[in-house]
Design a protein around this ligand. Sequence first.
Ligand SMILES: [Zn+2]
Length: 158
Amino acid sequence: MGRYPVYQSPVLDAVESRMRRSGDAHGYLAGDPRPLVTILTEDDRTVKALGLTHEAIAARLRAFTDAAKRAFGGPVVVEELWRVQLEDFRGRLPCPWGHPGLYAKTHVRLERLDTGETLQWTDLSLHMIEAHGFYQGRGSPYRLDPEKVAALCAVRAQ
Ligand SMILES: [Zn+2]
């Protein structure tokens, strides 16, 4: 935890209540009672301690997404270490921060071939990392723990 109290802005209050009020169908904050500002602050600290940026993490995941798209959805093996595949879901999701536009629900599934570890994300997940530094709550099925992502995907500083 931080050394000093962190206060949540009214804007973040609105975002958090939008996520939780929607019944959290997407599971953004599932199983995580921490205020949104705490989730963001702790993940930001982790990313900085890794010597990375949210942009670098999102760019790495986007490169896997693009490789799968180029392979018409995959599966495709990238750099002999990762297998990536798209899974189409109908429909689009809005950003809970209220940005205009909708994001495809298409899931990307990644498997690291030497360890069998897997990750999954959507276009919205990448937007939320890149624009908001949000990796979703602990316990969310879609949480992209930055430390795990960095190791699993060999993310490098840009
Ligand atoms: Zn947004």
